[in-house]
Write a new protein. Structure first.
Length: 159
């Protein structure tokens, strides 16, 4: 390895134009985690949500919802895959709203019948299942039916 480094440095090394050291120390305002993160701009929806990498995030705010509608926010993804959402340089609290479900699965034509069988409705209950027997009505609740009087309708007395 030392031989490789020596050969590499002799072939590709460049002398600096100036001997002045241009490095400066970090200030307390410099946030390297945010500076070195992947940043994308998103617009908030009416219910303060945004989508980033197939995940919906909702902003938790004490302000009225209309105050941040359509606001441009910056979504920062750092090397540890931690997400932060910034509005005017300040971090906003958020929650994961929901994972989006896949719209449809791709099924080969050879597997199509098997996939459709799995999606069918459950079987109907058997004829002797308790659900099919109905409900028992107590005798006191049943109506008493008067038997029809015998004879011709014209001979019946008015009751």
């Amino acid at each position: 390895m030392p031989e490789f480094l020596a050969d590499f440095n002799t072939r590709f090394a460049e002398e600096p134009r100036s001997d002045v050291n241009a490095h400066r120390p970090l200030t307390p305002k410099d946030d390297l985690v945010r500076i070195l993160s992947w940043q994308e701009t998103r617009s908030l929806s009416k219910n303060l949500t945004l989508q980033f990498y197939n995940t919906v995030y909702q902003i938790q705010s004490k302000r009225p919802a209309y105050a941040l509608r359509n606001a441009q926010v910056t979504v920062c993804l750092n090397a540890n895959e931690d997400i932060s959402i910034l509005y005017n340089g300040k971090s906003l609290p958020f929650t994961v709203y929901t994972q989006q479900a896949r719209q449809a699965e791709i099924v080969s034509t050879k597997q199509l019948d098997l996939a459709l069988q799995a999606k069918r409705l459950p079987p109907k209950p058997a004829p002797d299942h308790p659900w099919r027997k109905g409900f028992a009505t107590p005798l006191s609740k049943r109506r008493s039916v008067m038997p029809a009087p015998a004879g011709d309708i014209s001979t019946l007395e008015n009751r």
